[in-house]
Design a protein around this ligand. Structure first.
Ligand SMILES: Cc1cc2nc3c(=O)[nH]c(=O)nc-3n(C[C@H](O)[C@H](O)[C@H](O)COP(=O)(O)O)c2cc1C
Length: 373
């Protein structure tokens, strides 16, 4: 499984793990995979702490950072000191009304202030300038050898800065046309992410998308993403022309994951059909667990979704209340369809070992089937 991209990035196996949790990033990387920290929810000073911790624990191995650089977003919110002021009262009242009706308490004042600050400076950073601030922090950490951008082709100044530091630049795409645009922008690694994936995701399935992207960009390494939770799917991804896999949902149920026990239970209970694509969380389609809160926005009479980053600022404050109140019926968190195979707590090491064992079994089975008379 040590494909060219694994050799180039210095990992043993091309299993890439996206996570917002530093422990997952470290454990995957130490187990021979390639951990990538999702930076977009952190304010810059918090990201600095996370990266310093990873540097101290990763045993000198290289790892990656993922930033969101949306092509469409609210430009006024990008330049505002207090972007939350741009959220219309109608939208606030709508969300408040749902939680009040459901009897979900407000956060205690000190926690409210902390959550609010973190969300506004974190989610508020989901704009190109916010991403640039995260990049400033990232580039002071030499073990970061891959930066991945999501939700569009990275702008020229970002590509230039990464190339000047010989940091590889990757991008997520949901269509072959996006991959071509990213290639033209200077991207060196394409992650072809199918609709099955957790998080922001398009319409095309992994099995259809990956070979299209491989054909469109034959001179760039491609990783397959979306729905991958078994070693047989890694074998399938390589068969489609990918040089490795990029995974997210599978790590949410690990001991190392940042989710609380209440949240992990919600993930364990969710089936593939519960992972729906909705705009409630960020204003763009995110695959996440269906709940009363995600569905309320789809009902007639609901206000229109706000643009990024405003919808996220509004939604996440309410989400913090839902988590504190431990209300499963209102809980929506990004997960992909492979959530169906995340059913109990394991460790990152166990998952890494299982994926590689299953990969070998699948390869052997393919040889046997191919040889059978
Ligand atoms: C909880 C969660 C949060 C995510 N947040 C981001 C993000 O901030 N940036 C990003 O590029 N991708 C994000 N993703 C998508 C992952 O990078 C990855 O493409 C996806 O999880 C792969 O599909 P899978 O979930 O089926 O493994 C997220 C995925 C999950 C499950």
């Amino acid at each position: 499984m040590r494909t060219p991209i694994a050799r180039r990035l210095g990992c043993d196996v091309p299993i890439f793990a996206f996570s917002h949790c530093r422990d997952v990033v470290v454990e995957v990387t130490k187990a021979g995979g390639f951990g990538v920290l999702g930076a977009s929810t952190f304010p810059p000073e918090h990201l600095e702490q996370e990266l310093r911790w990873i540097d101290d624990h990763v045993g000198g191995r290289p790892y990656g950072v993922d930033i969101i650089i949306p092509t469409t977003y609210d430009r006024e919110a990008e330049t505002q000191e207090a972007p939350e002021k741009l959220i219309p009262a109608q939208h606030r009242d709508f969300m408040q009304g749902i939680l009040a009706k459901e009897g979900v308490p407000e956060l205690p004042p000190d926690e409210r202030e902390r959550v609010h600050k973190e969300i506004v400076t974190g989610r508020g950073a989901m704009t190109p300038d916010g991403a640039r601030r995260l990049l400033d922090v990232t580039l002071t950490h030499p073990l970061v050898t891959l930066v991945v951008s999501a939700l569009g082709a990275p702008p020229p100044d970002v590509v230039e800065r990464l190339k000047a530091r010989t940091v590889m630049i990757g991008a997520l795409c949901g269509k072959a046309a996006h991959a071509l645009r990213q290639k033209a922008a200077g991207v060196e690694l394409i992650i072809a992410q199918g609709t099955e994936a957790g998080g922001h995701t398009g319409d095309i399935a992994t099995l259809v998308l990956v070979p299209q992207v491989v054909e469109a960009c034959p001179d760039i390494p491609v990783l397959a993403a979306g729905g991958i939770s078994r070693g047989s799917q890694i074998a399938a991804a390589l068969a489609l022309g990918a040089e490795g896999v990029w995974t997210g949902t599978i790590w949410l149920g690990t001991r190392e994951s940042e989710l609380t026990p209440f949240e992990k239970d919600a993930v364990f209970a969710a089936r593939a059909e519960d992972a729906v694509r909705r705009k409630a969380r960020t204003g763009k389609t995110v695959r996440m667990i269906r709940s009363k809160l995600s569905e309320a926005w789809e009902q007639p009479g609901a206000p229109p979704y706000l643009p990024t980053p405003l919808q996220g600022i509004l939604y996440n404050e309410m989400h913090a209340r839902v988590v504190r109140a431990q209300r499963r019926d209102l809980y929506s968190f990004p997960v992909g369809q492979s959530v169906t195979s995340v059913n109990e707590e394991t460790s990152v090491r166990e998952v890494m070992l299982r994926l590689q064992t299953e990969y070998l079994v699948a390869m052997e089975r393919m040889m046997t089937i191919a040889e059978a008379e």
